[in-house]
Each structure stands twice: as structure tokens, then as C-alpha cells.
Design a protein around this ligand. Structure first.
Ligand code: HDD
Length: 717
């Protein structure tokens, strides 16, 4: 991938100081563990350090023909095979597929009024982080672009210990109580009898569960929205989802939700694109993250908190400890106080991204839990799952190790790394080793919450209200987003072949919005409801529609633009637009019928030519955000005759992508997209018609304009 990026004409940034070992405590800590597999001086040894002379042939007893039985005595062969046999560990039971990166967290405003946590109060700190993004339901080898919730897990290596936010890109959850987690996941995962379908919720069991649990209604509306098909991990929000608490130096407690909002805005695929990419490039999101970081286009998120003082806990119509509810911004504004930046790709996937282990129970002084019943159960589950994934000493693995000192009398267990000398392994002891820390010394103090009650398996009244916010979410979407929800439900329920499942779900939708229910019922063959089962309250809230997160200044930075050429292309247009795109931070890729030299209209085969990044068959339009076709009579004629080139243009148009064309290519685009009414200005000015940006003549102005208009083009319409 890296060479592809450089081939695209971009300069790889020099490693900047922000993620160098001198600056990041975590990278400095990892350095002694990092070996270079490309080291030209290193010789192959066994695991026990003996240099090997041969790694390709098992030791045998041979006859004159050099054939004969292999000897079990060969320690090198046995070690190699044995190590291979044990390469796999259990994949995560959920969120198995993911990718991660290192970065830093900085604060621009102290939150000391509500917390004493150093990571949220010390504005001079750079806290190292490792972030892992993931899908939920698919196996480790499944595709990135499926319709699913995305995990957004952050490990902050703070000076006071590790703090993990194990969040998602959707602010609510399917269930309210952790005891239901195995059920919701069993229902969403492939069905047990035939292990079908992979990484999809489009099946009977998932939708049966949704019907049986009205508490899931709000969340499934989010999962059927464009949020569940993000364009990039870099373009989605992150939410801690659960309600945590903050405690300040005065000992006052507040309830808090954590939010990350991407600098690039929130963007999604259109469904057809996501579906196709799942086959054409299952690693699309993984590569996208890697590529951006390699190019120095570091993804950034604003970090915000929503805070409710303890005394106001019961002031809301919903329970603030219910993970199926958002805290509407009109009631609890988001206070943005920091920034998350990812700036370094891992060196090796398995020891870093696969072995990283998050726990919601990892909090630092100044941050605590609430009685959110989902969070309480999660605090048990994550620690437990790491035991089966990684073993009891998982916190000693380099990626999981805190950057501050760790000292206690937990001992032994499989794969123990630390060697603690001395004669004692308990406290207190006759040697008067130091006691645990006081609060003043930075010790974690549990908030002395008053609890009185009886043991019971019940929920409070407010937890039983399940529809208000499902309506709030739907009402707050733009018409386009609503259409996408209708089509998504149309797809999902069409894949359910049990009429009980899809018919009942259509009834359920009538509890949210009548029009939604009618449209979906018609699509999937349900009874078309004639009246709403519940009155839609008509309320809206900001921050729920993705359009609320369009950056104030639209940017084409980090977007992938395909430039389609063939022999005889117009070099002025090609070079001009390519340079303008690069200057704007976009990633231009040259695509031609063959990955061999392509010559412009101004040169013959003795010219320098252009070496394309890919041929038309190797890539698809889905892998790019936009395409540009320069003029040049011969080039355009060749593209016109290529079915694949036509498909590129039509598909990009169908996916509502910005398309640019100049000179002879304008007519080609207009014919390919069957847009007889496409406007072309004869003066050379740029015209934007149906998202197709054209200029009949090429001027420096038109290059700039092309880029400008592509910037303004929406990801989805
Ligand atoms: Fe979970 C993994 C997010 C509820 C049990 N979860 C996992 C990961 C993310 C989330 C991002 C992947 C972490 C990584 O990259 O390694 N989970 C959530 C969110 C939830 C949630 C936002 C609702 C607010 N999870 C939840 C519940 C339970 C679990 C209620 C169990 C009672 N989750 C797990 C797990 C996983 C996990 C089984 C699998 C791998 C792991 O923990 O480390 O323990």
C-alpha cells in the first residue's frame, strides 16, 4: 500500500516528533520489544537462539537417491511446525475484525471543575493512546464495509494508569441490562444450524430479537441508518455509550458521557457501494486508515463531555443510566475540551492490534462508574474475556502495559514476564514495605455513594419507555437519510423468509412513524398499516443527523480521486488537475486500460509517458470518492469503447460521486451517464450539473474550480 501511495505522487511525511519515542512514553516503552524483520545483518536462529544452517528440509535418513523417512529428532523442524500449529488465539467473541493505530490525546480546556483526572485536567500533557476500530458481528476475516455498528475503543496510557473507553460509533445500545448481551449477540451472529449469514443482521433471528425486545427499537433505527455504513473510520463519531461518573478535587460527583467528533465530518457510503466493496476490497477501511496515517493526514477528533451534576440525576423524562437513550444536546450541551489524533501505524498486527485488550473497568482517579446496568455487567465481561483470549498475564503484554509503574502482589500464572525479587509476596509484612496510596498520593478512592435497597431482578419505570427516542432520531433525519433507513429495512427484512418475522417488524415500525412503516411494509410484503400504533411526538434534536457534522469548510483532503486516461490524453488537463488535487490534500490515482506507459497527445512512444497506478480491471469506481476524465480525442475514444470504462463512469454517477470532465471527455460523460441535459459552458467556465463538473476548455481557473466543486459535492444525496 505504501508504494501505491507514493506512486500517487504524494510525499510520505518525515516521521514527526509527535509520535517519536522521545515524545510518546508508550512508543519509548515499546521500542525494546521491536525487532526489524528486514535487518540485513540478522541471521535465522531457533527460538532458543542457535543459528540454523537450513530451514527448508527436514532432517532425514536418506538412501543413494536422497529419499527416506524424516526424523522426529529434528528440533528445528519440530519447533517450526509446532509454532505454526499454535499461531491462532481465540478471536474476539464480538468485534473480531478490526484495525488500530497509535496517537495522542491533548486537552485544550481543563475539566477540573468536574474531575480531578490528570488526563482531563492537565492541558500541558500529551497522553499516548492506542485506538482500535472494529465491526461487531463478523469474524476476523470478514469484510470492513458491512452494515454494522463500528467499535471505537481507546486506551489512554495515562500517568495514573490505563483508562479505556470501549465505545461505538452509535451513541446507544440494543439492550439495557448486560445479562441480555449473549442473547442479542447470538441473535445477530450467523444462525446456529448453518452458520449463515456472515457479518450481517439481515436474517430471521436478528429481527426476531428486535421484535421481542422493544428496548432495541432506538438502536436498530441507528443501525439501519447511514451511520452503520461509514465511509471511513476517520469519518465517524465515537461514543462511550454508557454513563460514567466524574469526581472533582472537592469530592463532588457528576454523571458523564464521552463523545468524539471527527474533524473531517461524518460521512457514509451509499448501500450499493458498501455491498460491492465488501467483495471488491474487504479491507477498505483498514487500508484507508493505514494510508491516511502513512501520508501524514492524521485523523483527528474533537473530544467532548456531556455532564449532569449528581443532584440533577432525576430531572429528565428518561433515565440517564439507560444506555438505550441519548442525552439530547438541547438538554445537556456537549462541552468539547480536547483532541484525539492518530499518527502512527502499528509495526505488527498481531502483537499490537490483535493482542490489545480493553476493559470498561479500567478507569483512573477522577473517573468512575455509574449504576448503568449495562456498564456494570461490562465491567465483569471484558476482564473475563481477556483471560480466555490472552491468559492471566495479558496486562504484561507490551501493548497493554501501563506507562506508569505497576507494583502489587499478584503473582505467577501462565506466561508471567515480570521478575519480582525479594522474599515477600504479600502486604502488610515485617519489612514494612509501603502501604497502598492515600488519595493525596494519587490512590483511587471509590465514591462513597449511599446505597439502600432490597435485592430484586426488576427495572425502573423510566427504563420501560422504549419509543420516544426512536421517534426523536427518525424525526431528526433529513429526508435523504430517512429514505436510506426505509431502503435499509427493505433490504434487511427482505432477507428474512419467515413471514412472522417481517410482518411483525412492519407492525413495530408503525410505533415509530406511519409513513416509515407503510413504505417498508410495501417493500417487504408486510401488512400495510393504516394507522400509527403510537402518535409520533414530532420532536427533533440536533446532532442526530449526519448533516449536522458537515465540516464548516468542506474538504477534499484524503479523498481518493481516480483520473481515467488512455493514450492521447490531454497532458495539460491531466497534470493541472492532478497538481490541484494534490495541493488540496486529495489522493489522485491514475487509472488506464493497462498498467503500462500511457503517452499523451503531445508525445510519441519515445516520450516519457505516464505509468498508471492501476488498470481499469484492477480497481473499481467504488474504491474512489470521485473521478476525473481529462480530454484528448484519442484517449476519450478509447475509453468510450471500453465497457469497463463506461461502467466506471456510470457506477460513480449512480453512487452520487463528484465526476469531473474537461474537453472531449464532457460529451463522453454526458453520454455515459445518459445526461443529455448536462450543462457545458462554452466559455471555459466550470459548470456543476447533477454533481458532474465540466469545463469545455481547460484553464488554470477550471482546475481550481473542479477541485472546489468536488469539495462541495455531498457524499450522499
Ligand atoms: Fe462490548 C468487545 C463496545 C456492550 C462484552 N465491545 C467490544 C469492543 C468494543 C465494544 C468497541 C472491541 C474492543 C476491542 O477493540 O478490542 N460493547 C461495546 C459497547 C457496548 C458493549 C459500546 C454497549 C454500551 N460488550 C457489551 C456488553 C458486554 C460486552 C453488555 C457483555 C456483557 N465486548 C464484550 C466482550 C468483548 C467486547 C465479549 C469481546 C472482545 C473483548 O471484549 O475484548 O467482552
Amino acid at each position: 500500500m505504501a508504494s501505491q501511495i507514493l506512486a500517487a505522487g504524494l510525499q510520505k511525511v518525515a516521521v514527526d516528533a509527535t509520535h517519536s519515542p522521545e515524545k510518546s512514553k508508550k512508543i519509548a516503552q515499546l521500542c525494546p520489544h521491536i525487532k526489524d524483520s528486514m535487518d540485513k545483518k540478522a541471521r535465522i536462529t531457533s527460538d532458543y537462539g542457535v543459528k540454523e544452517t537450513e530451514t527448508d528440509h527436514w532432517l532425514k535418513v536418506v538412501n543413494e537417491d536422497k529419499t527416506g523417512p524424516a526424523l522426529l529428532e529434528d528440533p528445528f523442524a519440530r519447533e517450526k511446525i509446532m509454532r505454526f500449529d499454535h499461531e491462532r488465539i481465540p478471536e474476539r467473541v464480538v468485534h473480531a475484525r478490526g484495525s488500530g493505530a497509535f496517537g495522542k490525546f491533548t486537552l485544550f480546556e481543563s475539566a477540573e471543575d468536574v474531575t480531578k483526572a490528570g488526563v482531563l485536567t492537565d492541558t500541558s500533557r500529551e497522553t499516548p493512546v492506542f485506538v482500535r476500530f472494529s465491526t461487531v458481528l463478523g469474524s476476523r476475516g470478514s469484510a470492513d464495509t458491512v452494515r454494522d455498528v463500528r467499535g471505537f475503543a481507546i486506551k489512554f496510557y495515562t500517568d495514573e494508569g490505563n483508562w479505556d473507553i470501549v465505545g461505538n460509533n452509535i451513541p446507544v445500545f440494543f439492550i439495557q441490562d448486560a445479562i441480555k448481551f449473549p442473547d442479542v449477540i447470538h441473535a445477530g451472529k450467523p444462525e446456529p444450524h448453518n452458520e449463515v449469514p456472515q457479518a450481517q443482521t439481515a436474517h430471521n433471528n436478528f429481527w426476531d430479537f428486535q421484535f421481542m425486545h422493544t428496548e432495541a427499537t432506538h438502536m436498530f433505527m441507528w443501525s439501519q441508518s447511514d451511520r452503520a455504513i461509514p465511509r471511513s473510520y476517520r469519518m465517524m463519531q465515537g461514543f462511550g455509550v454508557n454513563t460514567f461518573t466524574l469526581v472533582n478535587a472537592k469530592g463532588e460527583r457528576s454523571f458523564v458521557k464521552f463523545i468524539f467528533t471527527p474533524e473531517l465530518g461524518v460521512h457514509s457510503f451509499v448501500w450499493d457501494e458498501a455491498l460491492k466493496l465488501a467483495g471488491q476490497d474487504p479491507d477498505f477501511h483498514r487500508k484507508d486508515l493505514w494510508e491516511a496515517i502513512e501520508n501524514g493526514a492524521y485523523p483527528k477528533w474533537k473530544f467532548g463531555i456531556q455532564v449532569i451534576p449528581e443532584a440533577q440525576e432525576n430531572d429528565f423524562e428518561f433515565d440517564i443510566l439507560d444506555a438505550t437513550k441519548v442525552w439530547p444536546e438541547e438538554l445537556v450541551p456537549i462541552r468539547y475540551i480536547g483532541q484525539l489524533e492518530l499518527n502512527r501505524n502499528p509495526d505488527e498486527f498481531f502483537p499490537e492490534t490483535e493482542q490489545v485488550a480493553f476493559c470498561t473497568s479500567h478507569v483512573v482517579p477522577g473517573i468512575g462508574f455509574s449504576d448503568d446496568p449495562l456498564l456494570q455487567g461490562r465491567n465483569f465481561s471484558y476482564f473475563d474475556t481477556q483471560l480466555s483470549r490472552l491468559g492471566v498475564n495479558w496486562q504484561e503484554l507490551p501493548i497493554n502495559k501501563p506507562v506508569c509503574p505497576v507494583m502489587n502482589n499478584n503473582r505467577d500464572g501462565a506466561m508471567r514476564h515480570t521478575i519480582q525479587k525479594g522474599t515477600i509476596n504479600y502486604w502488610p509484612n515485617r519489612f514494612d514495605t509501603l502501604p497502598p496510596s492515600t488519595a493525596q498520593e494519587g490512590g483511587y478512592v471509590d465514591y462513597p455513594a449511599k446505597i439502600a435497597g432490597i435485592k430484586a431482578r426488576v427495572v425502573s419505570k423510566k427504563f420501560k419507555e422504549h419509543f420516544n427516542q426512536a421517534q426523536l432520531f427518525y424525526n431528526s433525519l433529513s429526508q435523504v437519510e430517512k429514505n436510506h433507513v426505509i431502503n435499509a429495512l427493505g433490504f434487511e427484512l427482505d432477507h428474512c423468509d419467515d413471514p412472522l418475522v417481517y410482518k411483525r417488524m412492519c407492525d413495530r415500525l408503525a410505533e415509530i412513524d406511519l409513513n416509515l412503516a407503510q413504505e417498508v411494509a410495501e417493500l417487504v410484503g408486510g401488512e400495510i398499516p393504516q394507522e400509527a400504533k403510537r402518535v409520533n411526538h414530532g420532536k427533533k434534536s440536533k446532532g442526530l443527523s449526519q448533516f449536522d457534522y458537515m465540516p464548516a469548510t468542506p474538504t477534499i483532503a484524503t479523498r481518493r480521486v481516480a483520473i481515467l486516461i488512455a493514450d492521447g490524453y490531454d497532458p495539460i488537463a491531466y497534470n493541472g488537475v492532478k497538481a490541484a488535487l494534490t495541493a488540496a490534500g486529495a489522493l489522485p490515482f491514475t487509472i488506464a486500460p493497462k498498467r503500462s506507459k500511457i503517452y499523451s497527445a503531445n508525445e510519441d512512444k519515445s516520450g516519457t509517458g505516464v505509468f498508471p497506478d492501476h488498470n481499469l480491471e484492477g480497481m473499481r469506481s467504488t474504491m474512489f470518492d470521485s473521478i476525473y476524465v481529462p480530454g484528448g480525442a484519442r484517449s476519450v475514444e478509447t475509453l468510450r469503447k471500453s465497457g469497463r470504462a463506461l461502467h466506471w463512469v456510470r457506477e460513480a454517477f449512480g453512487h452520487l460521486k463528484a465526476i469531473g470532465a474537461t474537453g472531449e471527455a464532457v460529451a463522453f460523460i454526458s453520454d455515459a451517464c445518459q445526461l443529455p441535459g448536462i450543462q457545458v459552458s462554452s466559455s471555459g467556465d466550470v459548470v456543476n450539473s447533477y454533481g458532474v463538473v465540466t469545463a469545455s476548455q481547460v484553464t488554470p481557473h477550471s482546475f481550481k474550480e473542479t477541485v472546489q466543486m468536488a469539495k462541495g459535492a455531498k457524499d450522499f444525496v
